[in-house]
Ligand binder design. Structure first.
Ligand code: FAD
Length: 547
């Protein structure tokens, strides 16, 4: 009988255990977790704090008893693995009753990650909490029920914003502090700007581009002191400044790690014979840039858990664990923000030459009531058009577009291939040219030179060296425009080309409109009339968000 021991019984670990049982009825399968619960919905924790999931028991997807009954798993909670001797195939396990030894034939490690504790004084104040476990969520909720009024969330990443949203929902006065220059650092700043606006609309104070320097514990309330000297009183502080792999025990036992993350091959095998690892604790390779780093997301962890069980029990026949795209989505108020693949920063760091497009098409046709813009950013390789990454934010239809784009990325499609995706359409759901199709059309135009674009971050040089031609209506222009720009509505452009020629006076013409649609038309008029012309990607909507 093969004895499979799994360390960590939540995301990846429990997936491995369940799959192992389905493949092998005879194996002995033991799951060890130091926590009180296994198989709980960590992704649901913020919504227990916020009240949408009132009963914490609803977060417990499985219990040891049910796992025993359904899958004959031997699940042991409050079992902390404190030592590993792979030569002897034994683990040292600490429980309330002391230490004992557990033997194994195959070992799967899914220990996850723990919260990073930045070097800030005062983090040991009882008002400071992380949000990792059911106990954390319950503690935060109790604090709110007991009358906490002001909260500071340290870290404006996905989990930090979920916590901030939850606390704002409960009526607290919330401040988010983010060291990077915008919240949701994996998102482009022009995408994240819309999320910041939504946080502000929810009453959340956003302090980006500044570090928290200290937490000063007080009697009635703590005070979070920022590096710029500002002080934010806090009845509770949520520490959400990122995670790092929880792997010290295994690294000490000689399992190879890279900056703390367990190194695995494409079947999840570690450097130690008979030991596999999955999830937040492992190194994974970015599918676009090839960068190797841990990715703390539930989907990759759960799927890798299943694949590793295959490799344990069906060696040579298992599908490999794929590289990750980092696809992620978050709700903030009425907005959804999502990303897949690489962003501008990671592409630049990898030395990849790429184009970026911004689109703001409706999530369904404009003429059916309720159309909401999907603010989409798409990156693709300059030489061959390979799709590299995408982000979207909006009130509706965002998750669908990002999932379609994640599928296209996984399939290795070119951006222009998005034209050919045969997506579902009726007026309530999309458009005959879906935003994803439109992104493909625009990309194809960029790649073949039909569309030349310029970007919001080039505004200073453009204003210095070119004529900025604003082709919106007079009313839109009057409502705010780039200083020094010439307004010729796109419907009048063909008759007023002389005016443009005079104003340009030999300089290039850089066109803009509201979202990039009319400026594309104008660009085509100008280009065909022999002008050095380009159209602003995403128009004023992107320009305003980017500034
Ligand atoms: P985990 O699920 O963290 O499980 C690791 C387990 O191992 C823990 O129970 C730990 O106690 C145990 N353990 C560690 N070391 C030992 C040891 N030495 N001995 C015994 N037990 C040990 N991801 C998404 O994709 N989408 C989301 O919306 C999302 N929301 C999240 C919200 C919150 C608040 C949190 C905390 C995470 C969220 N995640 C989300 C991330 C997701 O939960 C993780 O990526 C996923 O759970 C990772 O699975 P894992 O098996 O690697 O680790």
């Amino acid at each position: 009988v093969m004895k499979i021991v799994i360390v960590g019984g939540v995301g990846g670990g429990m997936s491995a255990a369940a799959r192992a049982r389905r493949l092998d009825e005879s194996a002995e399968i033991v799951v060890l977790d130091r926590g009180e619960h296994v198989s709980y919905a960590s992704c649901g924790l913020p919504y227990h704090v916020g009240g949408e999931i009132p009963d914490a028991d609803d977060l417990l997807v499985q219990t040891p008893e049910r796992l025993r009954a359904a899958l004959n798993l031997d699940v042991r909670t409050r079992h902390d693995v404190v030592g590993l001797d792979n030569a002897a195939r034994t683990l040292t396990v600490r429980t309330d009753d002391g230490e004992s030894t557990v033997t194994y034939d195959a070992l799967v490690l899914s220990p996850g990650a723990r919260a990073v504790r930045p070097p800030i004084d005062g983090l040991d104040s009882p008002r400071v909490r992380t949000l990792r476990t059911v106990a954390d969520a319950t503690a935060l909720r109790t604090r709110v029920d007991d009358g906490a009024r002001r909260a500071v969330v340290l870290g404006g990443g996905f989990i930090g914003l979920e916590a901030a949203e939850a606390l704002a929902r409960r009526g607290l006065d919330v401040t988010v502090v983010e060291l990077a220059d915008h919240v949701l650092p994996p998102l482009e700043h022009e995408t994240a700007a819309l999320v910041t606006d939504e946080l502000v609309r929810l009453g959340v104070t956003v302090r980006a581009g500044v570090a928290a320097a200290a937490v000063e514990p007080g009697t009635d309330t703590d005070v979070v002191v920022l590096a710029d000297g500002t002080r934010a009183p806090a009845d509770l502080v949520v520490l959400s400044t990122g995670v790092r792999p929880d792997t010290e025990v295994f690294a000490r036992a000689g399992i190879e790690t890279d900056r703390g993350a367990i190194v695995v091959d494409d079947h999840g095998r570690t450097s130690a014979e008979g030991v596999w690892a999955v999830g937040d604790a492992t190194v994974s390779t970015d599918a676009v840039t090839g960068v190797r780093r841990p990715v703390a997301l539930a989907g990759p962890a759960n799927r890798a858990g299943r694949l590793v069980a295959d490799d344990v029990l069906r060696p040579g026949r298992a599908r490999p664990v794929p590289s990750t795209l980092g696809t992620a989505v978050v709700r903030v108020g009425d907005l959804t923000a999502a990303t897949t693949g690489a962003n501008r920063e990671s592409l630049t760091a990898a030395g990849i030459v790429f184009h970026t497009l911004h689109l703001h098409s409706g999530h369904h046709v404009g003429w059916f009531p309720g159309s909401e813009p999907v603010h989409l950013v798409v990156h693709f390789r300059a030489d061959d058009g390979l799709l590299l990454g995408a982000q979207a934010v909006g009130r509706a239809g965002v998750d669908k577009r990002i999932d379609v784009l994640a599928t296209a990325l996984r399939a290795g499609m070119g951006a222009a291939d998005l034209i050919d995706l045969d997506l579902a359409y009726s007026p309530q759901y999309g458009a005959a040219k879906d935003p994803v199709n439109l992104a493909g059309m625009a990309a194809s135009n960029v790649l073949d030179g039909t569309l030349r674009i310029w970007h919001a971050d080039e505004l200073d040089e453009v204003r210095r060296d070119a004529l900025v031609l604003d082709v919106r209506t007079r009313d839109e222009f009057a409502g705010g425009h780039v200083p020094g720009s010439l307004n010729v509505p796109h419907t009048e452009l063909r008759d007023r080309l002389d005016e443009v020629r005079d104003a340009a006076d030999g300089r290039p013409v850089r066109v803009l409109c509201g979202s990039g649609v009319r400026s594309h038309i104008a660009h085509r008029v100008l280009a065909q009339a022999g002008y050095d012309s380009a159209s602003l990607s995403g128009g004023m909507l992107t320009l305003r968000a980017a500034l």
